[in-house]
Design a protein around this ligand. Sequence first.
Ligand code: PGA
Length: 255
Amino acid sequence: MLKKLFIAGNWKMNKTASEAADMVSSLVDLLVGMESKAIIAVCPPFTALDRVSCILENTGIELGAQNLSDKEPGAYTGEISAGMLLDLNVKYVIVGHSERRQYYGETDQLVNAKAHMALKSGLKPIVCIGETLQEREAGKTMDVIKSQFSGSLAGISAENILNTTIAYEPVWAIGTGKNATPEQAQEVHKFTRTLLKASYGQEIAEKVIIQYGGSVKASNSRELMGMPDIDGALVGGASLDAHGFAELITNALKK
Ligand code: PGA
């Protein structure tokens, strides 16, 4: 089935608003024409969303955020609501990134609540799942994927799963320069597709975008995106430089 690749850049805690504005201005010029061939999004830190949003207006490049609160607006110091993101034309939001699970104690239950809040508000969540090296070496990869899948996506309707992206990000491949091989990634993507089938049926399962994330770069994007169940990429380090990110996307489109 022909699906557009969905490539999103997760900038994590990098770039001031001014640096982000400079980078996105260059990126917009470099990506002219490509936005019709792939869905392309950047996910800057909250403090840069407003400026980046203005630059992206009418470019066809989408804006994403890296997190949101599971709560309605109110007395939650330091949190950011779905409505605040929508007001800045944010369309996508990453939830359950392994760094949030690992360093900020986010559980499947919280990730699930955030995904529901995003969907209910009209944001499209990118829900991250993935095993640690220890879990992979213990042969538990598929068990971990299954349990994060069920926990993080619990109660999401068939209609809403079509507005949800799943990102498979093996924790051992994130920021390490050591990507999963295309075959290793495909194996987990295929398994994830099977889980989608079991919950939502074949037709819907095939439409859901499953991104791969973990050391995707210009030199490996083509072969990773060439795998049948890999529909896009969630890119960290390699999305921070406009030329590098544009090259990564160009290569991915050659798949
Ligand atoms: P990386 O990060 O591309 O720097 O490995 C990916 C991610 O954490 O989303």
